[in-house]
Design a protein around this ligand. Structure first.
Ligand code: ADP
Ligand code: ZN
Length: 713
């Protein structure tokens, strides 16, 4: 009988599992971190298996030591990570690293603070300042978790000290199962009741089931998520609640914490490395069984998973574009299946893939076609912009004036920041481009600069065309700046707020802006998709969509679907409380069937149309797809290697498109070529990718495989 062997995944770029012998006195468990020798260095890894050694294992090195007493991750999560690594053709090391916050990857440990509960004392308080009073007023008799109060009153930690010193409040340590008082559940609408009942069936049965909750904006999907979550907690299981990156605001966190009676861990990339590690530890140690998080939370170490909620499931932020291009929405279904858990995919505008899946009855479709309360969906009006100068039509300006004079708010949505999409010479047609990316520079008028939105390169714009000497370079396309300039001219007396990534550069700025809108300190908001989804502004009654089809021109087979999703989501921001609200859609293609679908909120007609197109062209969901992108400083190297891999994948049933230069053929000084693989059979597609992986990549080139790609650029 051989000695015991530990199979270890090193938490770095090492793509393979390494085996070590376990020396006496060291007793690792599966899921624990260990220190192990790799060549001459000591690295941190995770034990994924322990087994008896054979003859072949004799020359193995010894593990150095075990870092954790109790395992961080369970074999269920190890299985998910192993699957991810295989499916996305990524190394097991980088895949495992997805599950660990950077702080812990480095082998450090951290002690977690308790989340004490704050109570008012009986002491009579005289003379408290307004901040202190606000704190006192926010503490219910049953107490409140410090983390919840911090979320509600930013910056309260400093002001709390005085109250503590004066004995007006006290902090008590409570076990993590402490149930704080929660805001009550509203009476459900018939739609909600039906949805909750349906989902409860699967929860009670403790069986894997996927639901698509297709509910229009404002139909009250959140209540359905919360009701299902509470039911799962009652069954003693845990809940993962995922939202798109942009939607994880302090308001969302507060809302969830105020409704969920157990401790909620929050997972998102905005946390400091230490805080991320702390949230992770709380969950890994089993003290917390509710996580609210963004994409990467799919790899969180929750135990006894009973429910995964994917809010706005169509959102592209569930797909990671750099590193390992995994899709957290797709993984949620897999993880739920492995756990016999329930998945709720919610959206007003479900993705084509998800909708198709529900049709083929891999999941149940629940629809909520009605808005909560008296407010109907805003009426949509189409304005033909052919022949109109500037970004705002007369019709829109008139409605803006009416709306603001009634004391209500306007949102103008535009797809792009900056002033215009590009600067073009009317004489010779030259477009100013980034030298490193070969993409047109976006004109930023305020700074009088051309800015590359891909790499950040900036350049002072020439007054004359560098090619033909023409004096009159012209902006084409449209961005936030140009809309602002136009609003300033036509509605000079109104209070304007700009919300794009040039203006809103931090979470604090976002909160300040959202607060200003809610407090009514703003009349007109000009914003990009930053403002397009998730938010609820009671006093917003007019939405103007400027240059509706800008996104449609992208070389992407999803561009029609995406345009529909984006516009309907933005329209949904209007009139969530008031009746009589309006959306004005300005477009150069008023007769396009897509515009007809949008004007009637007709998701099904869009899906039917899109389905026909995808069927005819063989794009997903009618095929499985992968993309290989080759980049190199030398164009020849990239082109030749691309041609080489295209020539080796002669597999029956796998169609190879390319080799071709990628739509962005130069990015940050790297030349880019790609091929696209399509197949009706997933297995064949993966076989093709396995073959490609075997081809030796030249040193000066880089190959990236993207399975189920979202970006075609
Ligand atoms: P969705 O996510 O479907 O767009 P929300 O969940 O944000 O919609 O709900 C829209 C609004 O309706 C929210 O302000 C929410 O508080 C409110 N709401 C939801 N359900 C009810 C209900 N049963 N009774 C009263 N108000 C509700
Ligand atoms: Zn660039």
């Amino acid at each position: 009988m051989g000695a015991l062997i530990a199979d270890v995944v090193i938490l770095t770029n090492i793509p393979k599992v390494l085996s070590y012998s376990i020396p006496e006195g060291v007793s690792p468990k599966v899921g624990c971190r260990v220190a192990a020798p790799v060549r001459k260095a000591t690295k941190i890894g995770v034990v994924i298996d322990i087994h008896e050694g054979t003859q072949i294992n004799q020359a193995l090195k010894d593990l150095i030591c075990v870092l954790d007493e109790r395992p961080f991750i369970t074999s269920e999560l190890i299985e998910l990570i192993t699957w991810t690594s295989r499916y996305y053709h990524a190394g097991i090391g980088p895949s495992m690293a997805l599950a660990f916050p950077p702080y812990l990857r480095e082998g450090r440990t951290i002690t977690i603070d308790k989340d004490p509960v704050l109570f008012r004392t009986n002491r009579i308080h005289t003379k408290t300042g307004p901040h202190q009073k606000a704190i006192l007023d926010s503490i219910p008799d049953t107490g409140i978790r410090l983390s919840v109060l911090k979320c509600r009153i930013p910056g309260m930690a400093g002001k709390m000290k005085g109250l503590l010193n004066r004995g007006l409040i006290e902090l008590k340590e409570e076990p993590s199962s402490y149930v704080s008082s929660c805001s009550p559940t509203p009476g459900y609408t018939p739609d909600q009741q039906m949805a909750v009942q349906e989902i409860n069936k699967a929860i009670k049965a403790g069986r894997f089931h996927t639901y698509l909750l297709h509910g229009i904006t404002g139909s009250g999907k959140t209540e359905v998520y919360l009701a299902s979550a509470l039911e799962v907690l009652r069954h003693g299981k845990s809940v993962l609640y995922m939202v798109p990156e942009i939607a994880l605001t302090p308001q969302t966190i507060d809302m969830v914490k105020s409704r969920i009676p157990v401790e909620v861990a929050v997972f998102h990339s905005g946390l400091s490395p230490k805080d991320r590690a702390k949230e992770f530890m709380k969950v890994a140690q089993g003290g917390v069984n509710f996580i609210l998080g963004t994409r990467s939370a799919i790899f969180s170490p929750l135990k006894e998973l009973g429910l995964i909620i994917v809010d706005e499931e169509h959102d592209h932020s569930y797909k990671q574009d750099d590193g390992i291009p995994y899709n957290a929405r797709d993984l949620s279904i897999l993880r739920a299946r492995n756990n016999q858990a329930v998945v709720i995919l919610g959206s007003a505008t479900p993705s084509m893939e998800t909708y198709q899946r529900s049709r083929l009855s891999h999941s149940s479709l629940i629809t909520m076609p009605n808005r909560i309360g008296p407010a109907a969906l805003p009426t949509i009006e189409i304005v033909d912009m052919r022949g109109v100068e500037g970004p705002l039509s007369e019709r829109l300006i008139m409605e803006m004036n009416h709306t603001v004079s009634r004391g209500e708010q306007v949102l103008l949505f535009i797809n792009r920041r900056g002033f215009s999409a590009a600067m073009v010479c009317p004489g010779c047609g030259k477009v100013l481009k980034c030298k490193r990316c070969d993409r047109s520079l976006t004109y930023h008028k305020a700074k009088s600069l051309g800015l590359c939105h891909w790499c950040g390169f900036t350049m002072k714009l020439p007054e004359i065309c560098p090619l033909c000497g023409c004096l009159d370079m012209k902006p084409i396309g449209m961005g936030t700046e140009q809309v602002i300039a136009s609003v300033e001219k036509t509605c000079a007396d109104k209070r304007l707020l700009r919300m794009d990534s040039d203006e809103i550069t931090s979470a604090t700025k976002l909160t300040t802006a959202l607060d200003a809108i809610r407090a009514g300190n703003v009349d007109i908001i000009v914003g990009t998709q930053m403002i397009g989804k998730g938010h609820d502004f009671p006093n917003l009654t007019l939405v103007g969509v400027i240059y509706t089809e800008q996104l449609l021109h992208m070389p992407d087979f999803r561009s029609l679907e995406r345009t529909f999703q984006q516009i309907v989501q933005v329209a949904g921001r209007a009139g969530r409380r008031k009746a009589d609200t309006k959306v004005i859609i300005q477009t150069l293609i008023p007769d396009h069937p897509l515009i007809h679908s949008i004007s009637r909120y007709d998701y099904l007609s869009m899906i039917e149309m899109e389905q026909e197109i995808r069927k005819a062209t063989g794009f997903p969901p009618f095929s499985h797809m992968a993309r290989c992108v080759i980049t190199s400083a030398k164009d020849k190297t990239a082109r030749e290697f691309c041609a080489q891999i295209a020539s080796v994948v002669k597999i029956q049933g796998v169609e190879v498109l390319g080799p071709a230069p990628a739509p962005i053929s130069l990015l940050r000084n790297r030349n880019r070529w790609h091929i696209i693989l399509r197949s009706k059979n997933r297995g064949s597609l993966h076989k093709a990718l396995d073959i490609i992986e075997q081809v030796r990549c030249p040193q000066e080139a880089d190959l990236k495989i993207d399975v189920d790609p979202y970006s075609m650029m």
